[in-house]
Design a binder for this molecule. Structure first.
Ligand code: SF4
Length: 831
């Protein structure tokens, strides 16, 4: 037991020494109280790897799989081709990706440094366009755009960048919601905040944002911002009190950098993409956590307009008519024309009528027409390519009107009318109907089941669904992009992904894990303890014997699996009905299945309402730390929040149980139309192509389910010294066609069990052995290096101890004000 504190480089400054003393005192106090304090030291000299002629500096000794991964990245960049790179979570792919990409970029020439801006001649703009129209991605060298799904994922990527030796000029893009520091308006959300900001940035406005006004001076005197990695929080700190606007700093900075970090929507949404002033030629686009990219692309190119939303838009248009009339009279300003808003309201009323008159003979099927039908519908309202821009202008003007009124009356609801503008922009974008063939118009009628006044009433939703996510990627690729790299822990099955994205991906990698095979137990359990077949298909899922058998199987798993156990159901419906059955259904030894599970492990259930999810995670974390319990069982759903990107390292997730295949609801109109669309496409495809290579509707349907399974099972085994079990509790996983869709790193380890007793004895032996192989131990820096989950998201229980490893950038400032020390510490109950 002991600790070390090691300076990263050079002699410590007075401030560093002070920080060290604070650190030492705190660590000593922890030691005296019996806490285990661990250490991690860094080697100031980073290992170098020569990969395809590129010298890659990597902060640690790289594993073989990491070198292979970097090799594929560099191959893709050198050959200017696209790549699909799958590497299990915990193999350090983010760091590999950054190091390989930046090493390649550096081999072309030095990173950019911002030139002093003489006189800071930034042309100011009232619009939402970038401040200066110059730019184009840092000059002669390719710009790298690194996109991830969420800002918390990007925060992790920036932490990885800080660990590397590379210091490209960088910026992280965020919305005003994340970056606005004007306290007058930053509690607003979405378009309301955008409009308020634009209003405050107007030169002619009565009120102005001082943060905005301070920007030119700041940029003039701080030309080196972005030379060191800065995160959203750092930018907000710069702007706080009386600093410049962080949002506009990023908008100005992004034109001159080597690497841009941004959420996905900056690349996949047409509107956001236009905002980026990047020289796309030869640029490198990286999509991290890309396992849902195809559905995100399809969603960003589609819309749904429910009648309740349309009614709200009509009311807003009416409000604008009154506001405009009142303002015209009070200001005596004849340029204010309420007539335009009256026309807008009339059009929306007609659209509402049109939707209500659409014939729907069968409610289940709704009304469907080919994509171009949307133009016919809108033409009957006189909305065409020619008239749409004016209408969009009126809608945007109305939104500003409403915003000004809301500011005046101190209400902060966002304008719904903006949705109409977004919808029209999507339908009439650039070439108009070019892509309409890959769309379907659909009107669905639903009876409201909410508890409000709408209950029992019938409402209709107009949808325009895109069924070819590839149109978004093609739009991007056609800009002359050099390489598009998609990476995730679960990209396979890759063929369907490549076909969906309509790009050629000549470089593909399905990387093995960095663990050895004896750290993983993977088995198909086709029958339960009493020999009843485990199968959650539509026909079987409501059979009481099945639920009873599954429940009994979970009771036994709870007994042999130590610490955290994750149970994934194919749907919320199945999870709810099983849990209800276990609580009320059958009794054995006077205890329900649920009571028997709860006796062994504390239960947590994933809530359907995402706002309740943080509380569920806190509950899980607290129960996991509770010494009085022998672990926690988390009941969750494939494609839910638990399965999407959360890190259940070590004891937080010792086993994951998949209770079935999470097929999408076959009667869902969007799923049905997607399958029909793909079948039509494969019929139309070049007859010379072998049919087996074309993605049919049923192939897509089953591969989607397989990807959701792979995503869920990726929750366990998060680093080199982790171990865990993957239990497939459905006999359909015995089929070779199902097993071929499981991630490659798991596939060879999957064993099919015909007898349940064998499963339990094997599992018990596995955990006994692994527990002795991996007792409570020190977490090394290398282990912490791999795996990209945030400390805040990461729940780690190793043996008897919770371990929290703090590297320099992980030290929470409220706790440890030291930023140049490599310190690690941990204790049970601290996290
Ligand atoms: S200029 Fe910046 S700080 Fe000011 S309102 Fe807009 S986003 Fe907020």
């Amino acid at each position: 037991m002991g600790f070390t504190v090691v300076s990263r480089s050079g002699s410590p400054t007075r401030r560093e020494n002070q920080k060290r003393r604070v650190c030492f005192r705190l660590l000593l106090r922890l030691l005296r109280r019996g806490f285990v304090v661990l250490s991690a030291e860094s080697d100031p000299k980073m290992p170098n790897y020569s990969i395809r002629g590129i010298n890659v500096e990597f902060p640690f000794e790289a594993y073989q799989s990491q070198i292979i991964y970097m090799d594929r990245v560099i191959e893709s960049l050198q050959n200017k081709c696209h790549a699909l790179l799958e590497s299990p979570t915990g193999t350090g792919k983010t760091l590999c990706l950054l190091c390989a990409t930046l090493a390649w970029r550096k081999s072309l020439g030095s990173f950019s440094t911002r030139k002093d801006r003489k006189n800071s001649a930034i042309p100011w703009s009232d619009s939402d366009e970038p401040l200066s129209q110059s730019g184009g991605g840092g000059g002669a060298f390719p710009t790298i755009v690194y996109a991830s799904r969420t800002h918390s994922q990007l925060r992790q990527v920036i932490k990885e960048l800080k660990r590397s030796s590379y210091r490209p000029k960088m910026v992280v893009l965020g919305s005003r919601e994340q970056l606005c520091v004007n306290e007058e308006v930053n509690s607003l959300r979405g378009k309301a905040l955008t409009n308020a900001c634009q209003y405050l940035c107007k030169k002619r406005g009565k009120r102005q944002c001082n943060h905005f006004n301070r920007l030119p001076d700041y940029l003039k005197h701080n030309p080196h911002i972005g030379d060191e990695p800065v995160d959203i929080e750092d930018l907000v700190n710069i702007g706080k009190d009386s600093g410049p606007c962080p949002y506009y700093i990023t908008r100005e900075l992004h034109k001159d950098v080597d690497i841009i970090f941004a959420p996905y929507n900056y690349l996949i949404s047409n509107g956001y993409r236009k905002f980026l002033k990047v020289n796309w030629t030869n640029s490198v686009l990286i999509f991290d956590e890309a396992h849902n990219l195809e559905s995100l692309c399809a969603d960003s190119a589609s819309f749904d307009l429910p009648s309740v939303l349309l009614s709200a838009c009509i009311s807003e248009a009416q409000e604008c008519v009154q506001l405009a009339a009142a303002r015209r009279d009070s200001l005596n300003d004849v340029s204010i024309n309420p007539e335009n808003f009256a026309i807008l309201k009339g059009l929306l009323l007609k659209l509402q009528e049109l939707i209500s008159k659409v014939p729907i003979p069968k409610r289940d099927e709704g009304f469907t027409k080919p994509g171009p039908y949307i133009y016919e519908m809108l033409k009957s309202l006189n909305i065409t390519h020619e008239t749409a821009p004016k209408l969009i202008g009126t809608v945007e003007e109305a939104a500003v009107f409403l915003e000004e009124e809301k500011q005046r009356t101190a209400t902060n609801a966002g304008s719904k009318l903006e949705i109409i503008a977004d919808m029209l922009k999507l339908i009439f974008r650039e070439n108009g109907s070019n892509h309409a063939d890959v769309y379907r118009v659909h009107v669905q009628e639903l009876e409201q089941n909410s508890t409000d006044v709408m209950k029992g009433k019938v409402s209709r939703t107009l949808s325009w669904w895109c069924f070819s996510p590839g149109i978004t990627m093609l739009d991007i690729a056609q800009k002359g992009v050099g390489s598009i790299i998609l990476t995730s822990g679960t990209l396979s099955p890759m063929d369907s992904l490549a076909q969906e994205l309509k790009l050629d991906f000549p470089i593909r990698l399905e990387n093995p894990h960095v663990i050895s095979s004896n750290q993983l137990w993977a088995g198909v359990v086709s029958t339960g303890p009493s020999g009843y077949v485990l199968n959650s298909s539509y026909r079987n899922r409501d059979v009481p014997e099945y639920k009873q058998e599954l429940g009994n199987a979970i009771v036994n798993f709870s007994r042999v699996v130590p610490e955290g156990l994750l149970i994934f159901f194919p749907s919320y419906y199945l999870m709810d009905s099983c849990i209800t059955f276990w609580k009320n259904g059958c009794y054995r030894n006077s205890m329900t299945v649920w009571e028997r599970i709860c006796k062994l492990k504390k239960p947590v259930i994933e809530p359907k309402d995402s706002s309740l999810f943080p509380a569920a995670m806190r509950d899980f974390s607290e129960k996991l730390q509770d010494r009085a319990t022998s672990g926690v069982v988390f009941f969750a759903v494939c494609r839910g929040k638990v399965s999407e990107g959360l890190d259940f390292a070590d004891g937080a997730g010792r086993a994951v149980v998949i209770t079935g295949l999470p097929y999408a609801r076959v009667t869902d109109p969007r799923v049905k139309l997607k399958r029909e669309f793909l079948d039509e496409q494969s019929q139309l495809a070049d007859v010379k192509l072998p049919r087996s290579t074309l993605l049919s509707g049923s192939m897509w349907y089953s591969q989607e389910a397989a990807r959701a399974v792979n995503q869920a099972i990726g929750r366990v085994i998060r680093h080199r010294h982790d171990y865990g079990a993957i239990i497939f509790c459905d006999d359909r996983f015995e089929q070779p066609s199902q097993q071929s869709k499981i991630s490659l790193w798991i596939r060879p380890n999957v064993k099919c069990y015909s007898r349940y007793g064998e499963v339990i004895s094997d599992l018990a032996r596995f955990f006994r052995t692994e527990r002795s192989n991996f007792p409570a131990r020190l977490v090394t820096e290398q282990e912490n290096n791999i795996g990209n989950a945030s400390c805040s998201q990461k729940i780690t229980l190793i043996g008897r101890y919770h371990i929290l490893v703090c590297l320099p950038y992980y030290l929470p400032s409220c706790f440890f004000p030291c930023d140049n020390l490599w310190v690690a510490f941990g204790c049970r109950g601290m996290i």
